[in-house]
Each structure stands twice: as structure tokens, then as C-alpha cells.
Ligand binder design. Structure first.
Ligand SMILES: Nc1nc2c(c(=O)[nH]1)N[C@H]1C(S)=C(S)[C@@H](COP(=O)(O)O)O[C@H]1N2
Ligand SMILES: [Mo]
Length: 270
């Protein structure tokens, strides 16, 4: 799959035929199947939006297509296949979307990240300084909202996989395959009040571009963007990029997902 890490200017206004052709070529390179997931997600989102009260009730054909695409896409997660990265000059002003789970005050000094369902049955409670001691990673990637807008953002934080290696496996230096063998299949992340929650396949969570972030565009996270800790994962739509993470829980059963329950594609792959 040739999803190379090119650094050209992103395509912003596909108004000419030429621009549309290039966009189609870009999507085709990304892979036809994964594009199908995105299309299905867009259809699912549209159906949900146009039928306000229907919860988790997509017409069967759409639902079945989503399930099939998820199965195909899961096998396609490959830690060496990276989402496109951009240059510092491509970074855009932030846009804020969604404040579910962000409405209560927080105290950064007493903040703890809870981790549950580890392979050895421990529960962990990590401080912000424990998180800050993980290797710091920066990436400039595109946050894509399923509603049809996107932003190129510079993220700073720690790889989820580094947190797993350090705090679940005592810094054993396990690689992607070794972690996959030892971990449950799913990860759930939730705000402290459990109002917003996402569930992820473990493969995507361990991808090197899945970051637990403390900063956006070189500034500490604002409350509205998920202070003190949020997820950035350019492999999935914005709605999986949960803000204000309070709990991370591993499990073999697929956990509930806020937008998944409401008819959006659960896998949400890009
Ligand atoms: N806690 C929480 N996280 C959330 C949301 C939310 O409502 N609550 N909205 C999601 C959606 S739909 C998007 S597009 C992104 C937007 O991130 P931003 O506000 O930092 O641009 O956050 C995601 N994470
Ligand atoms: Mo979104």
C-alpha cells in the first residue's frame, strides 16, 4: 500500500477538475477499501443526522456494509503505514468541536489517569509527571471531523504504545507484535464523568501515530481541546480523538463507543 509520507501542501479547495482528479488519485492511493469505510461512515452520519431520534438503528444494508468494512480494515492496520504528515507552515488555527464530558471544572495538580484491565489484573493511577516522563513525540497531522471540516494540527505528547510498554510491561521494550500478543483486543477511553467515551481496536491504539497529548500547536491544551490529556490519532476520524481522558480500560469484549452507539461507523478509519 503506497501511503507515503509526503509533505506537499494539503488540498484545500477542490473547485477545478484538476483538483478533483488529484483528490480522487490521492484517495485511490490510500486504498479503495479504506475509502469505502469513509464513504460508509459519511452515509451513516448523514442518515443519523437526518433521522434525529433513531439511535443505533441504521437500515440493515448500511449496518452490514460497515461491519464488513471494519473486518477488512482491521487486517489492514499496519504500524508502518503512516497517516500523512505536514510541515510546520501547514499548521492551521484550531477549531473546537464537541464539549461532551468537558463541563465540570478540573484540577490539573491532582489529575490522575486511571488504567484498568491490564493483563496482570492491576489498576494503575498515573500522575501528569509520570506521563510527562515518557518520550515526547511531535507530529503534524490532519484532524478530520466527519462533519466535513479538517485542521492540520501540531500535536505533542507520548505514544500510547510507550505508555503501555513503560507502565504495563515495566519498560521491557516490547515491539508492536509482542504487545499485541499480550494485550486484550480493545481499549476504551472515557472522560472522568464517563459522559464521552470511545473504544478502539488494540491495533490502532498501538499505532505509532496514536498519541496521548498535552499540547496542541505548541501551547498547552486548552480546556475546550481536552486539557490536561487528550488523544490524537490521525488514522481515525475526529470523534475517536477523545478530549480529557480520565480512564483507559483494556478488555476482550468490545466496549461501547459514544458515536458508535448513535449509528456512526465504529471503526472510523481514514
Ligand atoms: N470529551 C470529548 N472529546 C471529543 C468530543 C467531545 O464532544 N467530547 N468531540 C470529538 C469530535 S466529534 C471532534 S471532531 C474532535 C474535535 O477536537 P477539537 O475540538 O480539539 O478540534 O474532538 C472529539 N473529542
Ligand atoms: Mo467530529
Amino acid at each position: 500500500m503506497s501511503n507515503s509520507n509526503t509533505s506537499g501542501k494539503p488540498l484545500r479547495s477542490p473547485h477545478s477538475d484538476d483538483a478533483i482528479d488529484r483528490e480522487i488519485a490521492r484517495r485511490t492511493r490510500r486504498s479503495f477499501l479504506v475509502g469505502g469505510v469513509a464513504t460508509a461512515a459519511a452515509i451513516a452520519g448523514w442518515r443519523w443526522l437526518t433521522t434525529a431520534e433513531r439511535i443505533d438503528a441504521l437500515p440493515a444494508p448500511v449496518r452490514n456494509t460497515l461491519v464488513l468494512n471494519e473486518t477488512i480494515a482491521r487486517g489492514a492496520i499496519d504500524p508502518s503505514r503512516l497517516a500523512r504528515t505536514f510541515e510546520p507552515g501547514d499548521v492551521m488555527p484550531l477549531r473546537r468541536n464537541g464539549d461532551i464530558g468537558l463541563k465540570t471544572p478540573i484540577d490539573a495538580d491532582t489529575w490522575r489517569l486511571r488504567i484498568e484491565g491490564t493483563p496482570d489484573g492491576r489498576s494503575l493511577s498515573l500522575t501528569m509527571s509520570q506521563l510527562a516522563s515518557l518520550p515526547r513525540v511531535e507530529m503534524i497531522t490532519e484532524l478530520m471531523c466527519v462533519e466535513g471540516w479538517s485542521r492540520v494540527v501540531k500535536w505533542t505528547g507520548a505514544r500510547f504504545a510507550e505508555l503501555v510498554d513503560r507502565y504495563l510491561f515495566d519498560g521491557a521494550g516490547l515491539d508492536y507484535r509482542q504487545m499485541l500478543e499480550r494485550l486484550p483486543r480493545y481499549v476504551a477511553m472515557a472522560t472522568p464523568d464517563n459522559a464521552y467515551f470511545v473504544s478502539l481496536d488494540i491495533e490502532s491504539a498501538l499505532h505509532p501515530q496514536t498519541l496521548l497529548c498535552t499540547s496542541m500547536n505548541d501551547a498547552p491544551l486548552a480546556i475546550g481541546h481536552g486539557a490536561p490529556l487528550r488523544l490524537a490519532m490521525p488514522l481515525k476520524y475526529g470523534y475517536k480523538n477523545i478530549k480529557r481522558i480520565g480512564t483507559i480500560r483494556f478488555s476482550d469484549e468490545r466496549p461501547e463507543d459514544y458515536w458508535g452507539k448513535r449509528g456512526y461507523d465504529w471503526f472510523a478509519g481514514l
